[in-house]
Design a protein around this ligand. Structure first.
Ligand code: TXA
Ligand code: MG
Length: 349
């Protein structure tokens, strides 16, 4: 199929009335899949009420069907149609962070969304994105929209429409370009169905931010072998990985350079993901900067783009610096750890 490409300026008034948004919404209503920008990453949307539409998401992405999808809404009213009840913690979190990069897990109302959305679970993940194009599209379609990140399964999530096209052109009905996304990493996923909320996936809203609103929460296990049955099924798959193997190097830049030198003496081509502060230390086959240590939001914003860029040059291995595991750093390290298949090398080891 030929994918339609539309471009919209996210800052204009009355986006809902724009022909690009109306055409994309009509495609969603006819159970086609459409990629659209959110404040986190680009999503691949489909009518959450239709088996047929949701099946097309899994097919386009090559995604295992036991990994459930997040349902995106534009108004709070839509939530009541999807969930059985709203836990008290969820009320507080929605009030503080919606619209925004926070996905909440609720007890599901039976028989509403396609079983393919929830992959057989009796819970449902919902979020209200903080992006004018996403909100206009969902409102214009007048549907709850199931949307995973708009990448081929296993690849880094797309933060520009060009990334989406690289992965999915010809596999989806349309791609709506609203410019680069903001946060750059996916939403935080919080399970509110139990007594103590659990962060299943760290993301755009930090644990510290959440605890300010509802007190203590639990952090979900970071690696799949730490849990018997994954609470969030997506956690057990390899994610975000560049083609060349990635290693996380926990140590001083001078030690990192000695590791690069050693590999290059062995005849290997080495890439390094560096921060602005340390770039001048490195001499490698490809040095890519992902942002500043003084501003971890900038690292989150660039991370996926840089991981994708490493694929444009033939490399034998990629090294990356590591970051403090708090605030947005926790989300950055969660993605990097998965992209590296949990491979760490520590200076002191
Ligand atoms: O920022 C985001 O969240 C982006 C944009 C497009 O909204 N979406 C996104 O979707 O990252 P996806 O499919 O890549 O990740 C959804 C995550 C997966 O880890 C999945 O296992 C989890 O949410 N999830 C979905 N439904 C769930 C449920 N009922 N219980 C537990 N985890 C769930
Ligand atoms: Mg994803």
């Amino acid at each position: 199929m030929d994918s339609l490409h539309w471009s919209v300026n996210k800052d204009v008034d009355n986006l809902k009335g724009y022909p690009q948004i109306r055409e994309a919404a009509r495609l969603l209503q006819s159970n086609q899949v459409v990629a659209f920008p959110t404040e986190t990453v680009y999503g691949l949307g489909a009518n959450a009420l239709s088996d047929d539409a949701v099946a097309k998401i899994y097919e386009a992405k090559g995604r295992p069907s036991d990994n459930p999808l997040i349902v995106h809404i534009a108004e709070l009213q839509q939530l009541e149609e999807l969930v059985d009840s709203i836990p008290a913690h969820a009320h507080l979190l929605m009030k503080e962070f919606w619209p925004g990069p926070l996905t909440l897990i609720f007890p599901k109302k039976a028989g509403v969304v396609s079983e393919k959305v929830t992959a057989g679970l009796d819970t449902i993940a919902v979020r209200m994105p903080d992006h004018p194009v996403a909100l206009a599209l969902i409102s214009a379609a007048r549907l709850p929209i199931a949307a995973p990140s708009a990448n081929r399964s296993g690849k880094p999530s797309p933060t520009t429409a060009r990334h989406v096209a690289t992965d999915l052109d010809g596999r989806v009905a349309g791609i709506l370009d609203g410019g680069p996304t903001g946060v750059g990493l996916e939403s935080t996923v919080v399970d509110c169905t139990g007594e103590v909320p659990i962060i299943l996936r760290p993301g755009g809203i930090s644990m510290e931010d959440i605890e300010k609103v509802i007190g203590n929460v639990l952090a979900g296990p970071l690696s799949p072998n730490q849990m018997e049955i994954p609470k969030s099924p997506g956690m057990k798959y390899k994610h975000y990985a560049p083609v060349a193997p990635l290693y996380l190097l926990d140590g001083e830049p001078s030690w990192i350079q000695s590791m690069i030198d050693q590999k290059r003496r062995d005849g290997l081509k080495v890439g390094i993901m560096s921060t602005t502060e340390n770039t001048h230390y490195y001499n490698a086959d490809l040095v890519l900067e992902c942002g500043s240590r003084m501003d971890l939001q900038s690292v989150a914003h660039h991370l996926y783009e840089v991981l994708r860029k490493f694929d444009e040059v033939p490399l034998d291995c990629i090294f990356s610096e590591v970051f403090p595991d708090s605030g947005i750093g926790a989300a950055i390290m969660n993605r990097l750890d998965k992209a590296a298949g949990h491979h760490w090398i520590r200076q002191k080891d």
